[in-house]
Design a protein around this ligand. Structure first.
Ligand SMILES: Nc1ncnc2c1ncn2[C@@H]1O[C@H](COP(=O)(O)OP(=O)(O)OP(=O)(O)O)[C@@H](O)[C@H]1O
Ligand SMILES: [Mg+2]
Length: 399
C-alpha cells in the first residue's frame, strides 16, 4: 500500500513528518498523522531523564478511564488475522472464544504511546469511543490492558478501507460520493454536537461495512473541546487533509473536520486531494494560498459544495450550521432520516461472504501472521499505569 496510482500521490512521501519513526519496518507506508504539542519540542524522549518525564503524567486526570474490574482480557480472544497497522501497534481480526463473535482488536504498545507523547490522545480515543453510538461510527465493545499494551475491541467492519477501494478504482461516481459524503456528514455532525472534533478524516480511517455503508474508525486524534475552551492548539492531522488554521497554528475546532471532508470529497471525485504535492512544504503553501480548481466533469453543485467546505476562513466555512449542509443542492434527494436509519441502499456493496471474510483488506496485512508480540521486559517500568482503561460495553455484557 506504499504507493498510490502511478500518477497519484505517493503515500509514503509525508512519512518524514509523522508522529515518529515506527519500530516496525512493515508499518503501513501511508500518511501517518503529524503531531506536535505547542508546549513540547516534538522530539521523542531519549535520555533517562526525558523518559522519566514522559512517564510523569497525571494518570488520574478525568479523561483517563474510570476504575473497573477486568472481566475480559486478551486470553478471551483467538487471534485470526492482521487487518491493519499503525504507528503504535496493529489491528487484528479476532474471535471471542466463548461466543464465537468476530471483532477487530486494536493493540497499542504503551511504550510507543508514552515515547511519542500520545497518552492523552489514547485516553481520549477510548473515552470518546466508549460514549459514542452512531450508525456510521465504529463501536467499541471492550477495552483492557496488560502491563505492556492497551487493547480496544471494536466491531469488525469488513468491507475494506475507503482508501483500498479508491486506490483500486481511481475515482467514484457522483452518486456514490453523495452517499458517502452524506453519511460522513451525519457522523461529523453527531460528534460536533457532543463537542468532539475528529481531526483525522482520511480514506484510511473510513471503512465500508458489508452492506456498503460508511463506518468511521480511528479516534486516535479526536478530542473533546468544551464550549469554554472553544479551540485547541495541537498541530495534528494528516498533511493532505490539514485545514489552513491548523497550519497557521491559530487554534482550531470542529470546522477542521469539514475542511478535511471537502478534501476527501475532492479526492473521491478526482483520485487526488485538491492541494496535493509530493513536496510537503509546497502542499502546505497550496493549502494556505493555492487556487481551488475543478475538473470539467464535476457538477456545479459538487463544485459549490467543495467551495463551501474548502473555505479558508473557518468562521465562514460550510458545516457549522448543519442545516446548510443538509439543504445544499448537492444533497438534493437525500432523505436524511432514512439515511440515518441505514435505509438508503448503497449502489456499491463490497464482495464479502461473511464476518470471517477478509478479501477486501490489503493482503500486505492479512498475509502476516497474527501474533500478539512480546514487549521487551526493560521497555516499561512498573509505575506506568493506564488506570481505568478496562471497559466492557453494555451490549457485550449482555452477550
Ligand atoms: N473496526 C475495524 N474493523 C476493520 N478494520 C479496522 C477496524 N479498525 C481499524 N481497522 C483497520 O486498521 C487500520 C489501523 O487502525 P487505526 O486507523 O485505528 O489505527 P492507526 O492508524 O494506527 O491509529 P493511530 O492514528 O492511533 O496511529 C485502519 O486503517 C483499518 O484498515
Ligand atoms: Mg488510522
Amino acid at each position: 500500500m506504499g504507493q498510490g496510482k502511478s500518477k497519484g500521490k505517493d503515500k509514503s512521501s509525508s512519512k518524514s513528518s509523522s508522529k515518529g519513526s515506527s519500530s516496525s519496518s512493515n508499518t503501513k507506508a501511508t500518511e501517518a498523522p503529524v503531531q506536535s504539542e505547542p508546549t513540547q519540542n516534538g522530539k521523542q524522549p531519549t535520555t533517562k531523564e526525558e523518559k522519566k518525564d514522559a512517564k510523569n503524567i497525571d494518570w488520574d486526570a478525568p479523561v483517563l478511564f474510570s476504575k473497573n474490574d477486568a472481566t475480559v482480557g486478551k486470553d478471551d480472544f483467538e487471534l485470526l488475522k492482521v487487518i491493519g497497522k499503525g504507528s503504535f501497534g496493529k489491528v487484528m481480526q479476532v474471535r471471542k472464544k466463548d461466543d464465537g463473535q468476530i471483532y477487530a482488536m486494536k493493540v497499542l504498545r504503551k511504550e510507543a504511546i508514552i515515547a511519542r507523547k500520545q497518552v492523552d490522545h489514547t485516553r481520549a480515543e477510548k473515552a470518546i469511543l466508549q460514549k459514542i453510538r452512531h450508525p456510521f461510527i465504529v463501536k467499541l465493545n471492550f477495552a483492557f490492558q496488560t502491563e505492556d499494551k492497551l487493547y480496544m475491541v471494536l466491531d469488525f467492519v469488513n468491507g475494506g478501507e475507503l482508501f483500498f477501494h479508491l486506490k483500486n478504482e481511481g475515482k467514484f461516481s457522483e452518486e456514490r460520493i453523495r452517499l458517502y459524503a452524506a453519511e460522513i456528514s451525519l457522523a461529523l455532525n453527531h460528534l460536533h454536537s457532543m463537542d468532539i472534533v475528529y481531526r483525522d478524516l482520511k480514506p484510511e480511517n473510513i471503512l465500508i461495512d458489508s452492506d456498503g455503508h460508511i463506518c468511521i474508525t480511528d479516534f486516535g486524534l479526536s478530542k473533546e473541546i468544551t464550549p469554554e475552551e472553544g479551540a485547541t492548539h495541537t498541530f495534528c492531522g494528516t498533511p493532505e487533509y490539514l485545514a489552513p488554521e491548523v497550519l497557521k497554528g491559530q487554534g482550531h475546532g470542529c470546522p477542521v473536520d469539514w475542511w478535511s471532508l471537502g478534501t476527501l470529497i475532492y479526492e473521491m471525485f478526482t483520485g487526488l486531494p485538491p492541494f496535493y504535492s509530493q513536496n510537503i512544504n509546497i502542499m502546505y503553501q497550496k493549502i494556505l494560498n493555492g487556487e481551488l480548481r475543478f475538473p470539467d466533469f464535476m457538477s456545479p453543485d459538487a463544485c459549490d459544495l467543495l467551495e463551501g467546505f474548502l473555505t479558508r476562513d473557518p468562521a465562514k466555512r460550510l458545516g457549522s450550521d448543519f442545516n446548510q449542509v443538509k439543504n445544499h443542492p448537492f444533497f438534493k434527494g437525500i432523505d436524511w432520516d432514512k439515511l440515518e436509519r441505514k435505509e438508503i441502499v448503497p449502489s456499491f456493496k463490497p464482495k464479502v461472504s461473511g464476518k470471517m471474510d477478509t478479501d477486501q483488506i490489503d493482503p500486505m496485512f492479512t498475509s502476516e501472521q497474527a501474533v500478539d508480540s512480546l514487549v521487551e521486559a526493560s521497555a516499561l517500568s512498573g509505575d506506568v499505569k493506564f488506570d481505568g482503561f478496562t471497559y466492557v460495553g453494555e451490549s457485550a455484557l449482555g452477550n
